[in-house]
Design a protein around this ligand. Structure first.
Ligand SMILES: [Zn+2]
Length: 94
């Protein structure tokens, strides 16, 4: 029964944060919840990798209020430079 309730809570939380504030994409996921139930949730966008906690100010969490200069479009995301690869480990000097 408790498992079923947690599942329902998760669905409600996902519906609340179904749009990424930064790129407006709907591919978001509930990543974590507070140890004390219902205090906060953390979400992640699978499109631009923005993550946010539900208790942050609306300019960080609300897609309509997220600051324009920090928003990302699909075209901008495609043009972002790739993260450099981690180089191989150095050989130990003998
Ligand atoms: Zn996003």
């Amino acid at each position: 029964m408790e498992k079923e309730i947690n599942h329902v809570d998760k669905r409600i939380a996902e519906m609340k944060a179904s749009i990424c504030p930064r790129c407006q994409n709907k591919q978001t996921e509930l990543m974590s919840t507070s140890p004390i139930k219902g205090v906060w949730e953390v979400y992640l966008c699978h499109n631009c990798f923005y993550s946010w906690r539900s208790t942050e100010p609306e300019e960080n969490t609300n897609p309509d209020k997220y600051l324009m200069p920090f928003r990302l479009t699909k075209e901008e995301i495609e043009k972002l430079p790739l993260l450099p690869n981690i180089p191989p480990l150095r050989q130990k000097k003998k």
